[in-house]
Write a protein that binds this ligand. Sequence first.
Ligand code: FAD
Length: 461
Amino acid sequence: MDALLEEITAIVGAGNVLTGDDVNARRVDWLSGAPCRAGAIVRPADTAELAAVMRACHAARQPVVTHGGLTGLVHGAEAAPDELAISLERLATIEAVDPVGGTLTVQAGAPLQAVQEAAEAVGLQFALDLGARGSCTIGGNIATNAGGIRVIRYGMMRQQVLGLEAVLADGRVVRSMNRMLKNNAGFDLKQLFIGSEGTLGIVTRAVLRLQPPTPDVQTALVACPSFAALTGLLGHLGRALGGSLAAFEVMWQSHYRLLTEESGRHTPPLATDAPFYVILESLGTDPESHGALFSRALASALDAALIGDAVIAHSEAQRQGIWAIREDIEGLIQALAPLFTFDVSLPIPEMAGYVDALEQALARERPGARMVTFGHLGDGNLHISIGAGDAGAGTRRAVERLVYAPLADLGGSISAEHGIGLEKRDYLKLSRTPEEIALMRTLKQALDPLELLNRHKVLPP
Ligand code: FAD
């Protein structure tokens, strides 16, 4: 690798090839804090430098792993000592904002929050939002097709990307920087790179779609008496709010009670004896009419016994207090460590039965294990946290099988929004047919025949 590193240093400059402690100091797994083990970290300044680096790596048959903000949750950014990490941290410029066309052109290493702020500065909004907004990058969001807390209103990252640029494994640059909503001129090549977790190319720039502003945010926490009431409430709000519902985040009682009463980390805004709690958020323009619409929707839900109790946030501090319960991953880690986390999706009507059956299976096969559940219910997405007492590989496998095995028959998915990475690779066949996996291999073979990009990720060997 030494000769190659010399060649790469000539391309990016000495200060932009990190080795030794500078590599190990980086954490590649947000949950465990595991250090980076790559042979070196390379930090190109722009697409041209990255393309030259990849041409050199291709000639030397050198595998690489792309690094964005390192907030991914499926070990996708892990690199072995014989791999190079390519960090996009120096490609962080917001290149252009077009308020008329509603687009923003950005380099892939820019943090999500910087893009949100740049959109706000011209009176528009970038609709993707998630808890890691300060650290995760647009390239990482594209590579993982991130979801987050606004999906029922605006869709996932895929729906926010109009065009992109990517560097292929051999250093060729594919520019597909479309700025229009409509462009049916042949294959939509950007889709190859969205959600393929850096296995088909390194995303370097993107054209993102902006949305009109929704300055009025109405937030409430409600308690629901049953799962039937919960799904009834989702339908009711969809109708009553006329499409402005943007978040429908459900916490099972186990989750809400643990992070409030039991751990003392948050004051519970509502008593903790209901089976389900939902954070509702609606986005509108006029505070008066939108506020009245939201209150009427909640009142009619109370009348219909879809909710048992509700608290509306009357200030940003109260709103953040409600969200803090749902976003307190630290609290989950403290209470359940060593913690196994799961991100699955399944048809909404199947969710309650799946969670009940999983709790029973855990109690039977892993006595003493503890499970708490929350999720973006409107998107069919559950996040399940399990503390099984030890973090050993055998325990992890046993728990994974309990979580993933029932999903195939229910038409669910082993990954709703976090991707596959290394963590779920062996279970891909539960969510994809042999023909689908074969086609994925064909694409990988066509774009990266030497397996240089994120080797061993996503597709099982
Ligand atoms: P990284 O972690 O650096 O990389 C993730 C994967 O993408 C790796 O395989 C990497 O090789 C590849 N990659 C990164 N950049 C590029 C690029 N430019 N080109 C090609 N491949 C690339 N995810 C959700 O979907 N919804 C959530 O609500 C959500 N909430 C989160 C909350 C917290 C507190 C945390 C820590 C994470 C959360 N995540 C969530 C997961 C994570 O934030 C997302 O997956 C995010 O999109 C990853 O971006 P990143 O820049 O950190 O990517």
